[in-house]
Each structure stands twice: as C-alpha cells, then as structure tokens.
Ligand binder design. Structure first.
Ligand SMILES: Nc1ncnc2c1ncn2[C@@H]1O[C@H](COP(=O)(O)OP(=O)(O)O)[C@@H](O)[C@H]1O
Ligand SMILES: Nc1ncnc2c1ncn2[C@H]1C[C@H](O)[C@@H](COP(=O)(O)OP(=O)(O)O)O1
Ligand SMILES: [Mg+2]
Length: 194
C-alpha cells in the first residue's frame, strides 16, 4: 500500500458535524485536484446499495453512533487504492473520529502530512445542521441525532486533534467565517505542503 500511493499527500479533515468539512473539501478538489474521500459519503453509498451490511450501518448512523472501525477503514483503503495511479493527494474527510482510528490508518495505509481542524462553535454547527436537514434527506440531520453526534464529537474526536498536535501537523481553521474566507486559510495550509 505505502508504495502504491507513492508521493500522494494524505490530509485528514477533522471537525464537528456541520463544521464545514465537506464544503471546504469540495473547494480543495476544485483548486488542487485532490481525491476527496468522505467516510460518511462512503457509508451512505453502502446504505443506498440496499445491502444487508448497509441496513446495519444505517441503524448505527441514525442513532448518531460510530460504525465499526474495520468497516470504515476498509472502505477508505479500497477507495484510496482505486485512485492510486491518478491521485496527487487524498482528503480523508470525517476520519479519524477517534484516536484508535488514526493509529490503525497509519498501520495499514500511511502517515498524514497535515490535519485540517475545521473549527466552529457547537451552536453554529447545530444551526447549520438543522438548516442542512431541511433539504439533505439525511436520517441523522434531526435535532435528537445532532445532539448525540455533537456529544460524541467532543468526547471521541477532539482527542484526535490533541494527538496530532503533538506531532505538529495540525492547522486550525476558523470555520465561523464565510465559506470563501475559510477557504483562504485552508489554501495557505495546503500551499505549505508543496
Ligand atoms: N463557513 C460557512 N458559513 C456558513 N455556512 C456554512 C459554512 N461552511 C459550511 N456551511 C454550511 O453548513 C452546512 C454543513 O456543512 P458541511 O460542509 O456539510 O459540513 P460537514 O461535512 O462538516 O458536516 C452546509 O449546509 C453548508 O452549506
Ligand atoms: N470515521 C468514522 N468512523 C465511524 N463512523 C463514521 C465515520 N465517519 C462517518 N461515520 C458514521 C457516523 C456518523 O455520524 C455518520 C455521518 O458521518 P459524516 O457524513 O462524516 O457526518 P458530518 O459530515 O456531518 O460530520 O457516519
Ligand atoms: Mg460531511
């Protein structure tokens, strides 16, 4: 695996639900041509396939809980391998969600060069998700599940940021700003990678 993805940079995109990870990833793809892999999107594709495994995943996601580590890591790994020949860089969006996920990723795939920490206030994230829920059709964009996802973010995912801060690869991005202003900060972090 390590040689297959060659020199492609790995960027973890971490932040709370509704912080703006997907929004910024789209803009990075447009400007830098990186491969965007959202763990949530990969899981929702499995749910949409109607498979037995998809049904189990749907039940977990609807409760705002984390799906088993191996399931999500295997999906990401397969998607990375599928793009290995063309990818300049990988945006791993929504992963790791707990420190253990980061450790396993590094064992099986490789080390990240950068962690973009997309930071917004809890109250902002709730507002954005309630609004997104009006049109997203996502089973987890409702008040009850949003609250659980936020709690889990603070408990399980924030420690991921501290873990990688010790390694000096975290760039904190103020995602309270308008989308294009957020992206201006993101661009600086990506440009420094080259
Ligand atoms: N900087 C921003 N300012 C205002 N709204 C934003 C901003 N970034 C994202 N949003 C909106 O917030 C919602 C959640 O963004 P999204 O990118 O889906 O977040 P995530 O992938 O982190 O859950 C979307 O409806 C998006 O349009
Ligand atoms: N790395 C991961 N580990 C376990 N479960 C994950 C996961 N990434 C996503 N999921 C599951 C649980 C999440 O509540 C759900 C939606 O994830 P998401 O689309 O990344 O949400 P958001 O972009 O709003 O943060 O999918
Ligand atoms: Mg997202």
């Amino acid at each position: 695996m390590a040689d297959k993805i060659k020199d492609a940079k790995i960027v973890f995109v971490v932040g709370g639900p509704g912080s703006g990870k997907g929004t910024q990833c789209e803009k990075i793809v447009a400007k830098y041509g990186y491969t965007h892999l959202s763990s949530g999107d990969l899981l929702r594709a499995e749910v949409a396939s109607g498979s037995e495994r998809g049904k189990q995943l749907q039940a977990i996601m609807q409760k705002g809980e984390l799906v088993p580590l191996d399931t999500v890591l295997d999906m990401i790994k397969d998607a990375m391998i599928a793009k290995a020949d063309v990818s300049k860089g990988y945006l791993i969006d929504g992963y790791p969600r707990e420190v253990k996920q980061g450790e396993e990723f590094e064992k099986k795939i490789g080390a990240p060069a950068l962690l973009l920490y997309i930071d917004a206030k809890g109250e902002t994230m709730v507002k954005r998700l309630m609004k997104r829920g009006e049109t997203s059709g996502r089973a987890d964009d409702n008040e009850e599940t949003i609250k659980k996802r936020l709690d889990l973010y603070y408990k399980a995912t924030e420690p991921v940021i501290a873990y990688y801060e010790k390694r000096g690869i975290v760039r904190k991005i103020d995602s309270e700003l308008p989308v294009d202003d957020v992206f201006a900060i993101v661009e600086k972090a990506i440009d420094e990678l080259k």
